[in-house]
Design a binder for this molecule. Sequence first.
Ligand SMILES: [Zn+2]
Length: 194
Amino acid sequence: MPDYVTDTELKEEYGGEDGDYDGILLCGLKERILSSDRDKILIVLHTSTSHGPLYSKKYPPRFEVFTPVCESVEASDDDIEGLINAYDNSIVYTDYLLNEIISTLKELDSFHSTVIYVSDHGESLGENGLYMHGVPVKMAPKEQYEIPFIVWTSDDFRQLKPLEEASQHQVFHSVLNFLSFDSPVYDPEMSIFE
Ligand SMILES: [Zn+2]
């Protein structure tokens, strides 16, 4: 059964220190999984962690480990270092969030679980005078299209193929494969799993 929850609804329900940040997406996650009566559960967490232009607004203050930070791309002309610091802090926060998700799934050890983390694009941080993202892919610098693709699995239920790299196009097929869904559109070549 689809269950769609917005950050605003989660904030009303849970609030707390991370209410204004992506951490709110993790509130009640374990309970939601445990209360499902389905044997296959797909959870999509749409984060905004390192998405420009306001990198410095994407993480709670306690994650500001690199300083000083520049408040926004618009203000970064003379402060590339501050912009990079803000971006790096958002990565520290993403690292924390991924660890929280994986730790939660480890606790649910009766499930075969996987976490697939991908970004929609990268961000330019002033390299060759470029900022943010959105340059057409044919002309874009690698900073804008080389994205993280992180995979964790709870056990040996599915083996990862020894891939050098993967792309967003593989997510759909990998999800179908992991969940053992049969579909005429499923292409085993496109799965990251054996
Ligand atoms: Zn985006």
